[in-house]
Design a protein around this ligand. Structure first.
Ligand SMILES: Cc1ncc(COP(=O)(O)O)c(C=O)c1O
Length: 298
């Protein structure tokens, strides 16, 4: 690599490769330093007005809205983490919202809302809907077919095993992407990341297989967890599973004592009370987690 030179600021080749895979044009792709950076660009660059998200969902929508001084409204999910499109649309109308984020599948709940629900929101909301597909590789679902001036799809390399690379992209209407590109830092994707991403895309089948292996492990984990007493296991279309136990803090600490670190969601309260989120790992890691959890719960 000519590391003494500035990177290719427009990343034509990489954007073209991504576009081809998605059946789109390079002008419909914008790259970010992780999808976090793209969420920031969207919240910074969109016209002033409220951002609406379901709750609970990925925390960065809320945090970044706060940082860029954009007002935020949330719509609580049902007890089973379902999303009522009518309530969502009512809140959007009441707040005169201009942007909404829907993580499909959702984080940290792991579920995927029915396509009808998402389509209704896209059809009736009078603003930009960003469908965040960070976990789509584990769900076999995508909304790229609905891309339009008011519908964008966000993707990341992170959940495919390359979180350290920091590379995400958004797919959208060419004019909207061109506008968003005006507030992108010129060299936001460094040369080494660009080269690594090209390598990744040449070996995409390896990473797709890895995602399939994770889905297989997820089914195995799900079956084992459902056989345990005193646990509520929520369905997942992501690379993690959300569980509810009787005392999340003490289960979390006891697992940590056994060198197993998962995510304790209990502090967020509300629907996430007594919830823990475990990421699917290798078969060995998953077995260690399952046997440690069995011991802790006993
Ligand atoms: C729904 C969702 N979107 C985006 C991201 C951020 O991804 P990235 O690593 O590309 O910034 C995450 C990370 O956990 C996520 O859960």
């Amino acid at each position: 690599m000519d590391i003494n030179r500035y990177p290719d600021a427009n990343m034509e080749a990489l954007r073209e490769t991504i576009a081809q895979r998605e059946g789109l044009h390079a002008e419909q792709v914008l790259l970010g330093n992780g999808s976090d950076e793209i969420i920031q660009m969207l919240l910074l660059g969109n016209e002033p007005g409220t951002c609406v998200t379901p709750a609970p969902t990925f925390v960065m929508y809320n945090l970044i809205s706060h940082w860029v001084k954009r007002s935020m409204a949330t719509v609580p999910l049902g007890k089973d983490f379902s999303l009522d499109p009518n309530t969502f649309l009512q809140v959007c109308a009441r707040e005169k919202a201009v942007i909404a984020f829907l993580a499909c599948p959702n984080n940290p709940t792991g579920n995927l809302w029915p396509r009808d629900t998402v389509e209704k929101i896209i059809r009736e909301f009078r603003g930009l809907v960003v469908i965040d597909e960070a976990y789509a590789p584990f769900s076999e679902s995508t909304y790229t077919d609905l891309i339009a001036p008011d519908v964008m799809v966000l993707r990341t390399f992170s959940k495919l095993g390359w979180a350290g690379l920091r590379l995400g992209y958004v797919l959208g209407d060419a004019k909207v992407i061109a506008d968003l590109n005006k507030i992108r830092m010129p060299y936001n994707i460094n040369s080494l990341t660009q080269a690594s991403a090209r390598f990744f895309l040449q070996h995409r089948d390896v990473f797709d297989q890895q995602a399939r292996d994770i889905c297989h492990e997820r089914s195995r984990m799900m079956a084992s967890l459902m056989g345990m007493a005193d646990i509520e296991v929520f369905p997942s279309q992501a690379n993690f599973i959300l569980l509810r136990v009787k005392d999340a803090d003490s289960v979390f600490e006891a697992l940590k004592e056994k060198n197993i670190l998962i995510k304790n969601m209990h502090a967020q309260g509300g629907l996430l009370s007594e919830c823990l989120r475990v990421t699917i790992g290798t078969a060995d890691e998953n077995n260690s987690f399952l046997s440690a959890l069995r011991e802790v719960l006993a």
